[in-house]
Design a protein around this ligand. Structure first.
Ligand SMILES: Nc1ncnc2c1ncn2[C@@H]1O[C@H](COP(=O)(O)OP(=O)(O)OP(=O)(O)O)[C@@H](O)[C@H]1O
Ligand SMILES: [Mg+2]
Length: 471
């Protein structure tokens, strides 16, 4: 009898019963495919790759590259160059050598490329009112600021935050470099990067830093009469490379990229092996010192580093390179809880590096090291004021100034913006409901404003210090 009732198909029978009752094992079996082998993963990966290629070919230009949309006079004068529309038009008319824009219809709105916007801004900065903020502040003679966005919790908005800040900073007139340290390569997709293998990622920079260290070590070994450790082929190849070899342009005229790809994950295995071979190699300095040595810190204004959802060697490198550390998290108990643990891990990781180094430094009478960040801020992302106000207030109460004052709202503009992975600054506002667009843009503009305030503050602090030191 009991068996009889079980045979019923749940989708058709037993009205009112929950869907997990009355599942017939034989009918379930008839739907089941063969067991999966290792090769099965390759098939699934291949299917994903084909789907991805299909999606990403949409919205690309003829060369199969991402193209940045145009910017209208309205948007330029509203968001990018602080002048009245009428004045903007007058200046263009009076200066026929300046970009004049193009319109889709006779007498319709004029549209400009970002390159043209940047040229126009430079013109207004040179000719326009001195009291206006045409070009963003960047103290002379000081290096670019590096900003790492990290949290070992996945899906908290690291990549979205880093990508949007990079775009905002670029729109604001800064020259930006984005470094993707996540082998998932999401940031690389957003910026349309092409990465064949680990040799087009940050990997060779780290390898070269190790190779340089090994050569110095070998010199000392030779001096002591010990046999040197040979550099293998891949280290020797890395010794020939500089940052310029791995930096690629993007569809944004003032954003460049060091991309990532699955093979970058290899670094997580390789770095500890190198470190075992040369205990004195300061792996955490690798990224900063290579970027510095190759002049990258003078070529850019702001460098954003996106990290994977793990506290591995790549993340440690990104974090120790950073001047500013941003830690995104949602206003939910689980994300708050996990972010607390992340800071716990940061503390023990960096404390143990300092301890190890300083033990040796004290023994040798050398100065001790201490990591320092200009600023560390947690940022609430995907915020829903109707549901999360109370929790956000609690987080604010406990974290105080460490929590950035602006909560980045949940917006339908992200994630759903068309077939491609796009930033909201890349979306054409005419494709959205005006209200949705304005609110989405507003919340990311405010995220950038809070960040820019921090950036200017830390730069200014350095500038004043430099001036005092020169006196
Ligand atoms: N403000 C927002 N409003 C709506 N959706 C958002 C917002 N910020 C991020 N998202 C969405 O949340 C998801 C996770 O975001 P994102 O990829 O930036 O997180 P992540 O921390 O980089 O993830 P991972 O740990 O995998 O690298 C994405 O689908 C993204 O589109
Ligand atoms: Mg990410």
């Amino acid at each position: 009898m009991a068996r009889e009732t079980q045979k019923k198909d749940p989708s058709r029978g037993a009205a009112g019963l929950p869907p997990y009752f009355n599942i017939d094992p034989d009918s379930a079996l008839s739907d089941l495919d063969a067991p999966t082998s290792t090769g099965g993963f390759a098939d699934i990966a291949e299917a994903c790759a084909r789907g991805r290629a299909d999606l990403s070919s949409r919205g690309m230009n003829e060369e199969g590259r991402k193209a940045l949309r145009l910017f209208s006079t309205w948007e330029i004068t509203r968001y990018l160059i602080p002048v009245a529309q009428a004045h903007f038009r007058r200046v263009l008319k009076a200066n026929p050598e300046l970009p004049q824009g193009r319109s889709e219809t006779e007498g319709g709105a004029k549209w400009f490329t970002l390159d043209e916007v940047l040229r126009l801004r430079a013109h207004f900065a040179a000719q326009g009112s001195k009291t206006k903020d045409y070009q963003p502040y960047r103290p002379e003679g000081l290096p670019a600021k590096m900003v790492a966005v990290a949290n070992f919790k996945g899906g908290v908005g690291k990549t979205s935050t880093a990508a949007h800040l990079a775009m905002s900073a670029a729109l604001d007139g800064y020259k930006v470099l984005v470094i993707d340290l996540d082998s998932q390569g999401s940031m690389t997709s957003i910026f349309g990067g092409r990465v064949e293998d680990e040799w087009q990622t940050a990997f060779p920079l780290l390898a070269r830093h190790y190779g340089d260290h090994l050569r110095l070590e070998n010199q000392r070994r030779l001096d002591r009469g010990d046999a040197p450790q040979p550099l293998d082929d891949s280290l020797s190849a890395a010794m020939e490379m500089t940052a310029a070899d791995v930096i690629q342009p993007t569809h944004w005229p003032n954003i460049d990229l060091i991309g990532a790809q699955l093979n970058l994950y290899w670094a997580e295995f390789q770095i500890p092996v190198w470190r075992m071979a040369a205990r004195s190699w300061k792996l955490w300095d690798a990224l900063t010192e290579r970027l510095e040595a190759d002049g990258v810190l003078d070529q850019y204004d702001v460098i954003f580093i996106d990290t994977p959802p793990a506290l591995g060697y790549l993340t440690i490198n990104g974090l120790s390179a950073a001047d500013i550390l941003l830690v995104p998290m949602g206003a939910s108990f689980l994300e708050f809880d996990s972010t607390g643990r992340f800071f716990d891990m940061l503390h023990s990781t960096f404390a143990s590096i300092e301890e190890g180094e300083n033990l040796a430094a004290r023994a040798l009478g050398r100065p001790e090291i201490a990591f320092e960040w200009d600023a560390v801020r947690t940022v609430i992302t995907r915020y829903d004021s109707a549901q999360q106000g109370e929790l956000a207030a609690l987080m604010q109460a406990y974290l105080g100034p460490t929590l950035s004052p602006h909560r980045q709202d949940y917006t339908a503009l992200i994630g759903q913006a068309g077939e491609q992975v796009n930033g909201i600054y890349e979306a054409d506002y005419r494709d959205f409901n005006r209200e949705t667009y304005a609110r989405g843009r507003e919340t990311f503009d405010a995220t950038y404003a809070a960040f820019k305030r921090l950036l200017l503050a830390v730069w200014r602090r350095d500038e004043l210090q430099m001036q005092r030191a020169a006196q």
